[in-house]
Design a binder for this molecule. Structure first.
Ligand code: UD1
Length: 430
């Protein structure tokens, strides 16, 4: 008769074993931003000339996007954190479902494919673990720029009519400030004939990074980072060497790792303005912060409950909602966390409850009564950021936790256990 230990060994999925109640110290080195790098890779289709992207993080999402570019006939070479890209051989305008599925940013290639080749055929990305995630605003914007679009059998077929093969500048007002739609339309509009504008544009730092990259390639984009972006179309773009900005969500996660273990840690490089709303909430709940140009040091005191509502930038980012909830589970008093961006981003609540957190969930609002200690348990993250929340909770819990969901975690955190272990954690990957 096999014993329980043997059975659990046999059915074990890849996981991290994390010793809790740990103290951290030192400096976390922050990688390039995943959500920026993915979109810059999509934008690299816009020129035939060679490009170098520096500070590209080592993540499975980046590997997935690289496979997609290779499948389109693009030259790609990685050396350390630099990605050398040459899209002169771009020939396939059709992306296969198997590659696109699960990597939402790959849909954003539709804008650059249309601008460069006048055609694109991309499967709808569909929903994911956190919500339905429509692309109606992307399609609305491309239609306004003159594209013909047909959605059939789950595939979007887009083409530019006429002999010039060029989209036409247009004034577009988004219904909601979608990050992906703003990026898709921006990539399409840079090579369009004439002037375009995007109102109610997303203001996330990744939009500014994309605009800077496009301008380094010879585009004429102004206003990115604000609610209205203006684009003067140009005939062609050229190569450049560009460094991806630091990942604000990774930096926020490690600041929260400091807060939840009540340890003094710092993160660098970071652009502090990208984290303003998060830094404010960290101060409000009892952390003191020392901020320089590219570094933030956190010194947690007694952590009190604070309320959070996720919002588009510059509001509190949805991608740090789950990690912040892990901290609030250990705070003194009550906090109320409301998720306003996605309809299904509360799966971490049940897992945190398994670790002893006291949380009541009413729709998309969680009411958290902090407890003095979480207790280690086997837990499983259902999406990228909820798995990060499990890692944070485990660092603080009493005992050894087992965290599953690494296929999500590895999409967005580069060598997370190495970085945490360097700061004093005890984490083993199995
Ligand atoms: C990006 C980020 C993701 C982050 C999100 C919000 C990437 C690869 N991903 O996702 O990590 O959580 O921004 O900061 O950059 N919406 C519509 N219609 C549309 C498009 C979006 O209603 O056509 C809604 C979505 O359902 C969602 C909200 O707008 O409720 C935000 O989505 P969006 O800003 O588009 O997120 P992504 O660009 O997909």
């Amino acid at each position: 008769m096999p014993n329980a230990a043997l059975i659990s060994q046999k059915i074990a999925k890849p996981h991290l074993e994390i010793e809790g109640d740990c103290a951290l110290s030192g400096e976390f080195s922050i990688s390039g931003a995943k959500n920026s790098a993915l979109v810059l890779m999509a934008a690299s289709l816009l020129t035939e000339e060679s490009l170098v992207l520096q500070n590209v993080p080592q993540l499975t999402d980046i590997d997935g996007m690289s496979e997609i570019l290779l499948a389109m006939g693009i030259g790609l070479r990685r050396s350390n954190d630099a990605l050398h890209i040459n899209a002169s051989g771009l020939k396939h305008v059709e992306l296969p479902y198997e590659l696109v599925h699960g990597l939402r940013a790959s849909f954003f290639c539709i804008g650059s494919l249309l601008a460069r080749l006048g055609q694109a055929k991309i499967p709808l990305p569909g929903g994911c673990e956190i919500g339905a995630r429509p692309v109606s605003e992307h399609i609305k914007g491309l239609k306004a720029l003159g594209a013909y679009i047909n959605v059939e059998h789950g595939v979007v077929t887009a083409s530019v009519p006429g002999i010039t093969n060029r989209l036409k500048g247009a004034d577009i007002v988004l219904d909601c400030p979608s990050v992906g739609a703003t990026e898709t339309i921006l990539m399409a509009a840079v090579l369009a004939e004439g002037r375009s504008s995007i109102e109610n544009a997303a203001q996330e730092p990744e939009i500014q990074d994309l605009a800077k990259f496009l301008n380094a390639m010879g585009a004429k984009v102004s206003g990115a980072g604000g609610p209205k972006i203006t684009i003067e179309g140009v005939k062609e773009l050229h190569g450049c060497n560009y460094t991806v900005m630091p990942d604000r969500i990774e930096a926020g996660t490690f600041l929260l790792a400091g807060a939840i273990t009540r340890s003094v840690v710092s993160v660098t490089p970071v652009i502090p303005e990208h984290l303003s709303s998060v830094l404010q909430k960290l101060r409000d709940c009892g952390c003191s912060l020392e901020i320089t140009d590219n570094e933030i040091k956190i010194t947690p005191k007694e952590i009190k409950g604070v309320d959070i509502t996720t919002q588009p930038f510059p509001g509190f980012p949805t991608d740090l909602q789950a990690p912040f909830m892990a901290l609030m589970a250990t705070a003194k008093g009550t906090s109320v966390i409301t998720e306003k961006i996605y309809e299904n981003r509360m799966q971490h609540v049940a897992e945190l409850q398994r670790m002893g957190a006291s949380i009541r969930l009413q729709g998309n609002t969680a009411v958290i009564e902090g407890v003095p200690n979480l207790s280690a348990a086997p837990v499983c993250g259902g999406d990228l950021r909820s798995t990060a929340a499990m890692v944070l909770a485990s660092l603080s819990a009493k005992g050894v936790s087992k965290v599953e969901g690494l296929k999500h975690l590895d999409r967005g955190y580069s060598a997370i256990e190495k970085k945490l272990n360097k700061a004093g954690a005890h984490i083993t990957r199995y």
